[in-house]
Ligand binder design. Structure first.
Ligand SMILES: NC(=O)c1ccc[n+]([C@@H]2O[C@H](COP(=O)([O-])OP(=O)(O)OC[C@H]3O[C@@H](n4cnc5c(N)ncnc54)[C@H](OP(=O)(O)O)[C@@H]3O)[C@@H](O)[C@H]2O)c1
Length: 192
């Protein structure tokens, strides 16, 4: 975080990757007193052509408002914890209204949501696994997902969600599982 340190860190990462540019670069956390300077560095990297899209991660509405108030380039992505136990309705609406793509981290709640009976039942109806149902729910909410798996069969499974759709009623049933429950830290009460 910070302007100069971010430019330096980006340079080191680009060299390690052996690339000329990266597709997406995000400010990982709204670190108090630093995230705006960090975001300014991302704007420079974008303008210089080193990054195709810039954005933020773990930003709440008030952090986004703070950045939007005086940024030159609007954040294109906000990557946050998002799954059926943390549906982030207000944040999702705010991002939609401001042209910011919401991206879900821990979309499977690190596996915790995969035994939830409503999701299991919906999966049976379509011959799909609970993970596929959850990822399809994300897709139908226009939320980008980054499920993580080290298991090749699961990676394939997680990508195989384009041959079925959930009904409005099923979308609502999954929305109703929200408990505002996090598996990761709360951006308003934790500072990296
Ligand atoms: N921006 C941030 O602050 C932030 C914070 C946390 C995470 N992230 C990113 O978000 C990504 C995903 O988050 P995450 O790893 O915390 O949680 P996740 O993707 O919700 O869950 C990963 C867990 O689910 C299992 N899994 C994956 N696909 C499955 C399937 N089809 N069926 C059953 N189990 C399945 C994985 O097991 P196996 O691997 O053993 O198959 C792993 O244990 C990570 O790549 C991470 O970089 C970002």
């Amino acid at each position: 975080q910070g302007y100069e340190t971010t430019l330096k860190a980006f340079d080191a990462s680009l060299k390690k990757l052996g690339f000329d540019y990266v597709d997406l670069y995000l400010v990982h956390w709204p670190v108090k007193g630093k995230y705006k300077e960090t975001y300014k560095a991302l704007e420079k990297l974008y303008k210089d052509g080193y990054v195709r899209a810039i954005g933020v991660s773990n930003f709440q509405i008030h952090h986004l408002q703070d950045v939007l108030a005086d940024c030159e380039i609007k954040p294109m992505v906000n990557q946050v914890e998002y799954h059926p136990r943390l549906t982030q309705k207000e944040l999702l609406t705010f991002c939609r209204e401001n042209g910011i793509q919401l991206e879900a981290w821990s979309p499977l709640m690190r596996g915790e949501i995969l035994t939830e009976p409503t999701i299991v039942e919906i999966g049976k109806k379509y011959g799909k696994t609970p993970a596929q149902v959850v990822l399809r729910w994300d897709l139908q909410h226009s939320v980008v997902t980054i499920p993580k798996s080290v298991t090749p069969a699961r990676i394939k499974e997680n990508a195989d969600i384009f041959d079925f759709s959930l009904t409005d009623e099923e979308m609502k049933q999954i929305d109703a599982l929200n408990l505002n429950k996090r598996v990761g830290p709360d951006p308003d009460n934790f500072n990296f």
